[in-house]
Design a protein around this ligand. Structure first.
Ligand SMILES: Nc1ncnc2c1ncn2[C@@H]1O[C@H](COP(=O)(O)OP(=O)(O)OP(=O)(O)O)[C@@H](O)[C@H]1O
Ligand SMILES: [Mg+2]
Length: 643
């Protein structure tokens, strides 16, 4: 028992010592020496935030393929601080950082509010939390016992500042808070070099440099939440213009030099927001009572959703505030692979221990992404989703040629509506809770999503649209994926077989295109290209009749161009051919799959084949026996009907 207690005590002590170890505690004169050595310590709130985030690393987007396919070769930076936390939000992050950068250079943005606007569950709050957490890794020096925790250099009288700025190579902005001024006069008789300076960390819970203002209803909102108040109990001791009666504990006092967050900002009454105008434009906030305005320097971060924004914007009396806002849209993710990562992250962090069968999160994410897409004349929604995900879509033997940029241009507002991340998370939870099973599969998620759409979506048109997405697009696409997977599980040495087919097709197509005969590599015997074989592959992707010649010469030209560039060539190299080969293999096992997956009709041989296949699904694809069983039952009820 005793040693246990000692262990705890040791832990506590180590932490406490680390905390207090190197903290600065001295006079203003000592502080000047520190600044002289390290002028970079003196910086605006914007610059400080920008620096800590950038300090984690900035890199150009490395994934060349994603850059080309998704971002149309736009170049922008990837900030490591957000990696692994936020997915598919590169543009939003780049815009936010651009804002901070120009604000840190004291541009007009340093006098503006940054507003993140987007639909529910798009990650606005999470983003702001993460930004605030960045600041919590930093420290700052400030005047001791000053509720505003002002920059100590503000002690220097205006007339002396140019000299100090030159010596120290810094910029000195703003003035002492009335409380600090009072301390200076009362305790140090104006001898400001003796004023104590301390070092602090930023902490939202500790109310140091980070403040968050929740929305308040009209009755309870009180501007003291923003700017502090007068302590009435002290009024009998001091006169009402004495700073000692001030409680500077409002958000703008606390958040000075750091961040003030305005949660769901436009839920507040407009009068409440007027403080923002002076805080941004003049970098000063009103003081409670009769005092002069107080200097404020910090990042003002607000967020809201679209309807609140539209309502606010429509009232012309709000122009003064609107003019001081830099709005960044935070749309939902439209890139499937990134959407999947959101749920992987969320599930990874929850107590969720269930087995998640392959494709489950993909299927759920397909639904949310599809629900967010706008219709286009250029293609169907599923194709659009794939193009947004950087996939190549094959149509009539060719890669469908639609420019992702054109699609985006067409519907600039895409991603601002649709199914939210929370909706999907709830469905995943429900799929598990309802079935009381220790696993979820695409099948159970599809049914949980369907139920949730029926129960929770109020808008009739949107509900119908969502049901159609689940039942038609998502379900059918999943069946295609499943069919493919089952075929792979049936075909022994799938990769090799596919590769053999590919090599053979390429040889034949080349010979056909160049009007030559094929030479057998071993016997050196010559023969005509195998027309039947080529056709059997081609018809898998609907290439028939006169389009065959074109396809064969396209494939040949494409592959040889690749080889000339010394690029690796395999059966996946040319998307149309890959699809044809896969379909060919799928078709070759179709009959067997149909019979074997039906449990009633299995004989001993088939039972053995079935068990082998299930084993492959478990060993190689990551199913469990139960989840494999569930999807195979689904497959046998829904696939291979026509033949
Ligand atoms: N692109 C994304 N990358 C990573 N996580 C995300 C992303 N989008 C949403 N999330 C996650 O989804 C959850 C909900 O997001 P959050 O609460 O931040 O949404 P919000 O935009 O503030 O919504 P609301 O308007 O309802 O307040 C969070 O856990 C967040 O981490
Ligand atoms: Mg939120």
């Amino acid at each position: 028992m005793g040693s246990k207690k000692q262990k705890f005590l040791d832990l506590i002590k180590i932490q406490r010592n680390n905390k207090t170890a190197e903290k600065f505690d001295g006079t203003f004169l000592d502080y000047l020496a520190v600044v002289e050595k390290n002028p970079g310590l003196v910086k605006s709130g914007h610059k400080r935030l920008y620096d800590v985030i950038v300090g984690h690393g900035v890199n150009p987007l490395e994934d060349e393929e994603r850059k080309r396919k998704i971002f149309g070769n736009d170049t922008f930076d990837i900030y490591s601080y957000f990696e692994g936390e936020f997915f598919g939000m590169e543009r939003v992050i780049a815009k936010t950082m651009r804002f901070l950068r120009s604000a840190s250079l004291r541009g007009e943005e340093s006098r503006q509010v940054l507003l993140l606007m987007g639909p529910v569950g798009a990650g606005k709050s999470a983003m702001v939390e993460h930004i605030k957490a960045a600041l919590e890794q930093d420290v700052y020096y400030h005047l001791k016992n000053d509720p505003q925790r002002g920059e100590p250099l503000q002690l220097i009288p205006r007339s002396l500042r140019p000299k100090f700025e030159k010596i120290l190579n810094v910029k000195i902005e703003g003035d002492l808070s009335p409380v600090a001024r009072q301390i200076l006069l009362d305790d140090y008789e104006g001898i400001y070099e003796d004023f104590p300076v301390v070092e602090s960390t930023f902490s939202q819970r500790g109310r140091r440099g980070i403040a968050s203002v929740p929305p308040m209803d009209a009755n309870s909102q009180d501007v003291s939440v923003l700017i502090g108040s007068e302590d009435i109990s002290k009024l009998d001791k001091y006169s009402d213009d004495d700073p000692r009666i001030l409680s500077l504990n409002g958000a703008f006092n606390v958040g000075n030099r750091g961040i003030v967050e305005l949660v769901e900002v436009f839920k507040n009454e407009i009068e409440f927001l007027h403080t923002i105008i002076t805080a941004t434009q003049e970098k000063r906030i009103p003081s409670p009572g009769k005092h002069d305005m107080i200097h404020f320097d910090g990042v003002i971060l607000a967020h809201c959703n679209e309807s609140e924004w539209n309502k606010f914007r429509s009232e012309h009396t709000n122009e003064a505030i609107l003019d001081r806002i830099v709005k960044i849209n935070v749309p939902y993710v439209l890139e499937l692979d990134q959407e999947i990562k959101i749920y992987e992250k969320q599930l990874g962090r929850s107590d969720f221990v269930a087995h998640i069968a392959p494709h489950t999160l993909r299927v759920a994410s397909m639904f949310s992404v599809l629900s967010r897409l706008h219709h286009t004349q250029k293609c169907d929604l599923l194709t659009k989703m794939k193009i947004y995900n950087g996939e190549e879509v094959i149509e009539k033997g060719r890669v469908k040629n639609i420019d992702i940029k054109d699609l985006r241009e067409e519907s600039r507002y895409e991603g601002m509506s649709g199914i939210s991340t929370r909706f999907i998370m709830k469905a995943i939870d429900n799929a598990l809770a309802d079935s009381k099973k220790a696993y979820i599969t695409p099948v159970s998620v599809i049914s949980a999503l369907t139920r949730q759409v029926q129960e929770q979506l109020i808008d009739e048109e949107f509900r119908q649209h969502c049901l159609e997405i689940i039942q038609k697009m998502v379900r059918e696409e999943y069946l295609r994926m499943l069919e493919n997977e089952i075929a792979k599980a049936f075909v022994t040495a799938y990769e090799e077989q596919a590769q053999t087919l590919f090599n053979s097709y390429l040889d034949n197509a080349e010979a056909h295109t160049t009007h030559q005969r094929l030479k057998d590599k071993i016997t050196s015997e010559e023969r005509e290209p195998d027309e039947r074989f080529m056709r059997a592959i081609e018809e898998q992707i609907g290439i028939t009749g006169s389009s065959r010649d074109g396809f064969r010469s396209d494939v040949t030209a494409y592959m040889f161009a690749k080889m000339r560039r010394r690029e690796k060539v395999d059966f996946r190299s040319y998307e149309p051919l890959k699809e044809a080969i896969e379909n060919y293999l799928i078709a070759s096992v179709k009959d067997m799959a149909r019979i074997v997956t039906k449990s009633i009709s299995r004989d001993d041989d088939q039972q053995k084949k079935y068990s082998e296949m299930v084993q492959t699904m478990i060993d190689e694809y990551g199913y469990t026996a139960e989840s494999a069983e569930e999807v195979l039952t689904f497959a046998s009820n829904n696939l291979w009907r026509d033949s």
